[in-house]
Design a protein around this ligand. Structure first.
Ligand SMILES: NC(=O)c1ccc[n+]([C@@H]2O[C@H](COP(=O)([O-])OP(=O)(O)OC[C@H]3O[C@@H](n4cnc5c(N)ncnc54)[C@H](O)[C@@H]3O)[C@@H](O)[C@H]2O)c1
Length: 253
């Protein structure tokens, strides 16, 4: 039985993951953290200042974090120090925040999966984007992403991963975030962010040349796709050697 605690338990991702864990005969939701105290599927949810005592009492094998960067950077070191494996899905971390988390995981010698996107489809799309970029490096490249009106970080973590892949294959290129006014297109990658309604997550990379465009895109219809991926990563990472893995390791890509 895998004992799970969720940071951001009352959030969109937290509740979706809790629902899957609750139905899984091999997993048990033992607690959660959120800004408000409460209960989720009978498990206690506590504020961050009571997280360490929740860990000591419930002894989860793994902590799954889908919160905000400022919360992850506080909660992950506490979870790692308690010997828990980690699944981190929160996006929008600064380089410094990511380093704090990486150092805490290394110091505690626990296993962790960190990914900006837990869907299988997006992980495959990242491979396809890399292949396309290797061959279409002289094309103009534009990245577009769209999310629901409540998403705070922009561009999305997934779009940042796409940009990293593109920069590795065709860079360095200037990243131009939206355009306005009079300016010729340079040796750049255009990045466009849409926020509205309840869009779960759309990403597209367009390679454009004279007479043709190639578009690679992914659309998530339900955040269950990320939650299922996070649960798959949870089952995979338990018992793995200490270190930080990605979804490509989980999926054997
Ligand atoms: N990696 C992926 O596949 C993936 C997929 C979807 C969303 N995300 C990311 O996951 C994060 C959460 O997304 P969401 O849509 O569930 O957001 P959300 O706003 O619905 O949920 C976040 C939850 O975290 C809680 N929270 C805030 N501060 C906290 C603290 N200090 N301690 C504990 N909990 C705290 C909030 O109260 C809220 O309930 C975002 O960064 C988002 O970009 C990642």
């Amino acid at each position: 039985m895998i004992k799970v605690a969720i940071c951001g338990a009352f959030g969109r991702m937290g509740t979706t993951i809790a629902g899957i864990v609750n139905k899984d005969p091999d997993m048990q939701l033992v607690g959660g953290v959120d800004v408000q105290e409460g209960e989720l599927f009978g498990a206690p949810v506590v504020p961050a200042e009571k997280f360490a005592s929740l860990l000591a009492e419930k002894k989860p094998d793994i902590v799954i974090d889908f919160t905000v960067a400022a919360a992850s950077v506080q909660n992950i070191p506490v979870a790692a120090a308690a010997g828990c494996s980690i699944i981190l899905g929160t996006t929008g971390l600064t380089t410094e925040q990511r380093k704090v988390i990486d150092d805490a995981i290394a110091k505690a010698k626990v296993s962790a999966v960190i990914s900006s996107n837990y869907s299988i489809g997006m992980n495959i799309l990242w491979l396809l984007i890399r292949e396309a970029a290797k061959r279409l490096g002289d094309y103009d490249i534009e990245v577009t992403e769209a999310h629901h009106r409540y998403k705070k970080d922009a561009p999305s973590g997934t779009a940042k991963t796409i940009l990293e892949i593109l920069q590795q294959e065709v860079g360095p290129r200037e990243e131009v975030y939206g355009r306005e006014g009079m300016k010729e297109r340079g040796n750049e990658i255009g990045v466009h962010v849409i926020r509205g309604g309840d869009i779960v997550g759309d990403h597209e990379v367009m390679f454009a040349s004279n007479f043709e465009t190639v578009s690679l895109s992914h659309r998530a219809y339900d955040r269950g796709v990320f939650a299922e991926g996070a649960v798959r990563a949870t089952k995979w990472v338990i018992g793995k050697k200490p270190g930080i893995y990605g979804m490509k390791d989980v999926l054997g890509l």
